[in-house]
Design a protein around this ligand. Sequence first.
Ligand SMILES: NC(=O)c1ccc[n+]([C@@H]2O[C@H](COP(=O)([O-])OP(=O)(O)OC[C@H]3O[C@@H](n4cnc5c(N)ncnc54)[C@H](OP(=O)(O)O)[C@@H]3O)[C@@H](O)[C@H]2O)c1
Length: 266
Amino acid sequence: MTILVLGATGKTGRRVTSALDALGVANRPVSRRTEVRFDWSDESTWARALDGATAVYLVPPALNLDDAPVAAFVPQAVAAGVRRIVLLSARGISPDDGRERAVYESDVDWTILRPTWFAQNFSEDYFLPEVLAGEVVLPAGGRGAHPFIDARDIADVAVAALTQDGHEGVAYDLSGPEALTFDEAVARIGEVSGRSIRVVEVSAADYTARLVGAGLDPAYAEVLTMSLTAIRGGHDAALSDGVPSVLGHDGRLFGDYVKESAGAWA
Ligand SMILES: NC(=O)c1ccc[n+]([C@@H]2O[C@H](COP(=O)([O-])OP(=O)(O)OC[C@H]3O[C@@H](n4cnc5c(N)ncnc54)[C@H](OP(=O)(O)O)[C@@H]3O)[C@@H](O)[C@H]2O)c1
């Protein structure tokens, strides 16, 4: 069994690879920057990545909503001998989403993961530059709450679905164990890092314009804005039961993530 791990330099893929290594499960981590190169926008890189793979952790193309690469990749993976796919999707995704459909309509054992916003966005990705600058600009404002999930819990669920039976044909909604407002989240980071950080609320239109100005695909910018605006309205605070049902614990606490990630804000 060889598990192909896409997005292997990213927040969950890296952790999936580490967990598989720890279990002694053969895996091939790929991205545009790995020894075996995989590029969603260059189909000629797919066959080598898939060679000998029996399962795939599928992280879709980042920062756009183009379904076509996943729809083309899944049949190629099945033809190459892949029998199991675990797809990283997202909370609130449309049931008609083309990436999810490509996976659940395929002739493989599939599992879909629909997580909330990752805690690691504050220390490894989207929010980090603004955390370091002391002002996190959001259409969510500071008041609405959201159950940020630790990427390690997503990776642990993915590894269970990739290596154990019993998760086939299931879509897991995944969240952290507590809902925190952005104000509370940055306050905890401030306590540990000694930084003064505040949340600055902007309108949805201004936020989308900022993302597009930073180079994001406009349709994807709209989706991110909608997702964050839902948090402001308090519509996205509910906890999900995927982590407890698969891992048997409630998930890692945001406060523990903050303590363990302190180096990112030093
Ligand atoms: N972040 C969140 O809070 C969150 C929440 C829910 C769902 N999600 C979903 O999780 C997925 C991952 O998103 P993320 O933004 O958190 O990123 P991420 O997984 O931390 O990083 C993106 C990964 O994809 C790889 N990648 C980017 N462009 C690629 C390309 N053209 N071909 C091959 N690999 C490519 C990157 O590697 P290289 O740069 O090395 O190629 C990196 O390993 C997305 O589908 C997103 O919708 C994210």
